[in-house]
Design a protein around this ligand. Sequence first.
Ligand code: F6P
Length: 358
Amino acid sequence: MTKFRRIGVLTSGGDAPGMNAAIRAITRKALEQGVEVMGIIGGYSGLINEKIIPLTTRSVANIINRGGTMLYSDRCVEFKTEEGMAKAIATCKKYDIDAIVAIGGDGTFRGATDLTLRGVPTIGVTGTIDNDITATDYTVGFDTAMNTVLEAVDKLRDTCESHARCNVVEVMGRNCGQIALMSGIALGAIVICIPEVPFDEKLALEKIKSAKDAGKRGFVVLVSEGCFTEDGKPYGEVLREKIEEETGIESKFVRLAHIVRGGAPTLRDRLTATKMGVAAVELLLEGKSNRVVIEDDGKITDLDIVFALTTDSMYKNKLKEGALDKFSEEDIAAMKAICDKRKAEIDELYKIAYDVCK
Ligand code: F6P
């Protein structure tokens, strides 16, 4: 077992419900193993600016139920520079921080890799509402975000039905349509538009029209924020206009935006964050580094961060020249299998949505 005296924990990128539960689990698990914990305030910028606080069992009490992140978050541009990185490493040395657990999404894990390369062991814990890290089935915050969408749109449904209207609702998720797709199914949205599946606008309008002709009064349409027209307009707003014009149904546009990112974490997010936080500390104590804690078929396990990030780029068709060169054929086959699994899941859900939400 590797003996660390002190580790740091930070949250970076968009905050996500459940990050606090992860901070709490990391802190308490480490303390229980005799390792001190320093909270780094404001993500990687806290490392650069020396914003460091000690965390204790009591200082992480009463946060498991709170959204946001008690350590605050940031998307730190300076950290991407050599100068910023050097300051961060110097801070780790100055505060005797032997290793770091970084909670966040893909940007956070890229930062973690940079620290590892410069001699600070790191472990990543997923924390993003988007569920857009291809190599994990689940990212902390996703379930809460979907439940928030459900709560908000259920309210819209009531008034849609009363007034025989349509509400086109845009939800977050960056380039990933999973929040829109899964909450759309749970909401009975008649049309769902996500970046991963080509959208047949004509078919969608016909579906709405024929449902109206068959007596349907209230309509909910879910559009992911990652959908745009060819000239770069947010597609949800454009679709609202088309629905009104083509079907004669009075239509409203709603952008839920950051509402989707706040709120008390659900049981699933508190539990997954706790399990992932504990796993992160265990990995560090086993002497592992540059790993990301993931969920695979219900099990908490871990992967090499660079493998996970490369799988992500493969899935998003963003592989840079030579990105696969350092991987074995087995690794590349494993990446492809993960991408195929993800795509098949989305296609299957999209078909279910089309067949059942009428
Ligand atoms: O990654 C989480 C997320 O909320 C995305 O869904 C969204 O596109 C983005 O962050 C918004 O970022 P910001 O809070 O910086 O506007």
